[in-house]
Every structure is written in structure tokens, then in C-alpha cells.
Design a protein around this ligand. Structure first.
Ligand code: AMP
Ligand code: MG
Length: 416
């Protein structure tokens, strides 16, 4: 099966990954609070208002290269031109005179283009003789110059509200001379694990118990997102404890992430509580791992009930909760996640029906992207994620692939 494994998913009975993501994005309502922060502290935050350019960037026409500033009409079309050098323009120290016919000004990168000059000839093609610069033919009008406002014109929207501020945006804001930015307040996300079998770190393991790893994975995922995290610990599979923790979380957080307790059987028990406290739907998703999920509202907080298996947590968080949290934070638009194509180094067995997220390592082999899955792909095997740098995404229709087939991948970079 070659082609179907590299083509987008078809619809199926259970909710597809694309449908679930879209429903969440359609439903959640961005937070409204905002605050002013110094520009450096704005890294990773969401702009609450448009940033309007207070002036042109760059502010003046200037040189893009080290060379000589001339008026184009001083240059002969077919012959060398010999121009008199009348001064030097430095970045931050302009040449104040006029560049006349037959004249040139030595100019450095970033220096203001002197009056009378419209073209810069790069130093490397010229020859210097006693106060004269010799310029070969073949120059173009306006070459090697940067025009005032070519980066940002005064009055334009330099950055729109909803934009997440990364390194380029920090620099851009600084280039406008702006020292304080209006950003959305941080999203508050509470999370806890559910399960009688879970022990917290520092406790000895009783027979049948396992250490709670999901809270640590979520701690990492959420801290990378730049939200305020509220770790509410482990909650046993007991209605009163669960109800109390959910109520408390709903009172202090914008979003609640739980893990465990949403699979068939367990879900009935949680359902009653969630019905009482809010409006939550249980979804059967057409994906693997991560089939069961709950989504809805508890009081004023949005609830993301993820499955318990550690890898399923990472899949359902990255494929659904992450973008919903972005939208909640005020990010607009929430970007689509690109799928890239790579050649699979190994065969992968799969039944048609569900969209599968395997873990793989992608690297360039013989000038093309090649991906190899990372060992045991069980939904509890976190090592398969730790050793990987991407998801291998096999669409619903795919019925397994052979080594050498093309597959879609989703890089972890920017995702986890
Ligand atoms: P559940 O969704 O509650 O049925 O859990 C599914 C599987 O994930 C079970 O094997 C659980 O023991 C395991 N699991 C649930 N929560 C955690 C957790 N916080 N850390 C590690 N494993 C977990
Ligand atoms: Mg459980």
C-alpha cells in the first residue's frame, strides 16, 4: 500500500482527528484579560492589540552594502566610469553634502544614502586610484539600496493582535522603538491525574501501583507553552474526591486537563460527576493511540479529559488540547500543523480504520528525508517518544506500508 499512506485522511464513523480539532477550536472562547509588559517579557505571549508602526522602518533610504553611492546618470552604460570621491558616509554618521554629477561617496552598510545618490556600487567591483573610484559598466539603477519604509511603512499594522511573540517579533517591536507591549494575560491551566494505581514520587510503590508520570509530562508540555500551571496532584478513582478537585480547579483555572478515567467503564463513573458540574461530552476518536477523550465545560473552565496511557496523553494533547489552549490564550489564527513527507525505512503494520500516530526518527539519508519508527509502539511506552523526533501519521485508509513507501510525518519541534 503506497499511495493511501501519504494522502489526507478520509471521514469515518467515529470523530476524526480533524473534526475533533475543529470542534474544539470552534467552541472555546479566548480569554479577555490583558496587561502591559516590558518587551523582553513579552516573549511567548499573545499580543492583545495591533502594533502600529509609529514611523518608517528603515527611517531613511540607506545602503545595503559597503561601496560607493552615486547618481545613476553619472555611470556610462558601456565603459568604465571614473568618479571623484567627495566623502564618506558611515552608519550613524551621514555624509551631509550633495553627490553631484561625476562624484561618488564612499558608503558603509546601513549608512543614510546621501542627497543626490540613488545607486550603490559594491566595493568589490571597483578600483581605487588617488581620490578617484573606477566603476565598471553594467550597474543597475537603485541597486544595493534599501528604501525608507520598505520593512514597515509608518501607520501600517506592524503586528496584528493575536500574534504570538517570538524572537523575530521581539526584534521587530524593538525596531519600532516600542519598550512596552499589551499582551493577553497568561492562561491558567490546572491539571491532575486520576487513578487508584498511581503513586506520587517519593512514595514507596505498593503492589500493583505505578508512579504517576503523566503529571510530569504535562508539566513539561504546559511550561513550554508559557501558561501558568497549577498542579493538583493525583486524585483517586472516588466520586467525592474527583468532584471536589474538579470544583476547586474550575474556580481557579481557565482550563483543566485530566488524565485517565475516560475509557469505557471508567467513563460512566466520571460522567455523572461531570453532568452535575458542567457540560462535558465524551468522544470516541478515530485515532490510535488516544481513542477516548472528554471535552466541555466545568463551571467557567474548559475541560480536556485525556486518556491515561502516557503516549496517548502526548498524542491527544498535541493533536487537540494544544491548539484549543492556543485559541483560549487568544492566538489568532491558530496555525495548521504542516505534515511533511518522508520515506519510511521500515515496514509498518496497520489495519485500515483509525488514524495512527507512531513515533519515529527522521533524518536525511542519501539526500532525502527518511523516517524510522522507534521500537515498541505500545501506548504506554514513553521511550518511543523520548527516542523520536516526529510522529509518523498514517491516515485512516492506510492498510500498512512497506519499507521504501512515502509517509507523512509531523515534527516534534514546536509541538512538544
Ligand atoms: P485509564 O485511562 O485510566 O484507564 O488508564 C489507562 C492506562 O494508563 C492504565 O494502564 C493506567 O495505569 C495508565 N495510567 C493512567 N494514568 C497514568 C499516569 N498518571 N501515569 C502513568 N500511567 C498512567
Ligand atoms: Mg484509570
Amino acid at each position: 500500500m503506497t499511495d493511501t499512506c501519504a494522502t489526507p485522511a478520509a471521514e469515518n464513523r467515529a470523530l476524526s482527528a480533524a473534526q475533533a480539532r475543529q470542534r474544539m477550536l470552534d467552541e472555546v472562547v479566548p480569554i479577555t484579560g490583558h496587561e502591559f509588559v516590558p518587551v523582553r517579557s513579552a516573549l511567548g505571549r499573545i499580543l492583545a492589540a495591533d502594533i502600529i508602526a509609529p514611523y518608517d522602518v528603515p527611517a531613511h533610504d540607506n545602503s545595503a552594502m559597503d561601496g560607493y553611492a552615486v547618481h545613476f546618470s553619472s555611470l556610462a552604460a558601456e565603459d568604465e566610469s571614473r568618479l571623484t570621491v567627495v566623502g564618506t558616509a558611515f552608519a550613524g554618521n551621514a555624509f551631509s553634502g550633495l553627490v553631484g554629477q561625476g562624484q561618488a561617496v564612499r558608503i558603509m552598510t546601513g549608512a543614510v544614502l546621501p542627497a543626490g545618490a540613488d545607486t550603490v556600487v559594491v566595493q568589490e567591483v571597483t578600483r581605487q586610484e588617488e581620490g578617484i573610484v573606477v566603476i565598471p559598466p553594467g550597474q543597475r539603477l537603485g541597486q544595493n539600496t534599501r528604501r525608507a519604509g520598505e520593512d514597515l511603512a509608518r501607520g501600517c499594522v506592524a503586528l496584528p493582535a493575536g500574534k504570538r511573540i517570538g524572537p523575530a517579533e521581539l526584534g521587530l517591536i524593538a525596531s519600532l522603538g516600542i519598550a512596552e507591549v499589551e499582551v493577553k494575560r497568561r492562561l491558567r491551566v490546572a491539571f491532575f491525574s486520576t487513578g487508584d494505581e498511581l503513586a506520587s514520587l517519593g512514595m514507596p510503590l505498593a503492589p500493583g501501583q505505578i508512579y504517576d508520570s503523566n503529571r510530569y509530562t504535562l508539566h513539561g508540555l504546559l511550561n513550554g507553552l508559557g501558561v501558568d500551571v497549577i498542579d493538583m496532584g493525583v486524585v483517586p478513582d472516588h466520586p467525592d474526591a474527583l468532584e471536589a478537585t474538579l470544583s476547586e480547579a474550575a474556580g481557579i483555572a481557565d482550563a483543566i486537563i485530566t488524565t485517565g478515567g475516560v475509557s469505557v467503564g471508567e467513563a460512566d463513573f466520571i460522567k455523572e460527576i461531570l453532568d452535575k458540574l458542567g457540560e462535558v461530552r465524551f468522544w470516541k476518536l478515530n485515532i490510535k493511540p488516544g481513542r477516548p477523550m472528554a471535552f466541555g465545560k466545568v463551571g467557567q473552565a474548559w475541560l480536556f479529559g485525556l486518556p491515561g496511557n502516557p503516549v496517548a496523553v502526548m498524542v491527544s494533547y498535541t493533536q487537540f488540547a494544544l491548539d484549543a489552549l492556543h485559541r483560549l490564550s487568544g492566538m489568532d489564527p491558530v496555525p495548521e500543523r504542516p505534515l511533511l513527507e518522508a520515506q519510511s525505512a521500515n515496514a509498518i503494520r496497520k489495519q485500515p480504520g483509525r488514524r495512527e500516530f507512531l513515533r519515529g526518527t527522521v533524518a536525511v539519508v542519501d539526500d532525502r528525508w527518511q523516517v524510522r519508527t522507534t521500537g515498541n509502539q505500545g501506548s504506554g511506552v514513553l521511550r518511543s517518544v523520548s527516542e523520536a523526533n516526529c510522529f509518523v501519521v498514517l491516515p485512516e485508509t492506510c492498510a500498512g506500508i512497506d519499507a521504501g513507501d512515502m509517509v507523512q510525518i509531523q515534527l516534534f519541534e514546536g509541538l512538544i
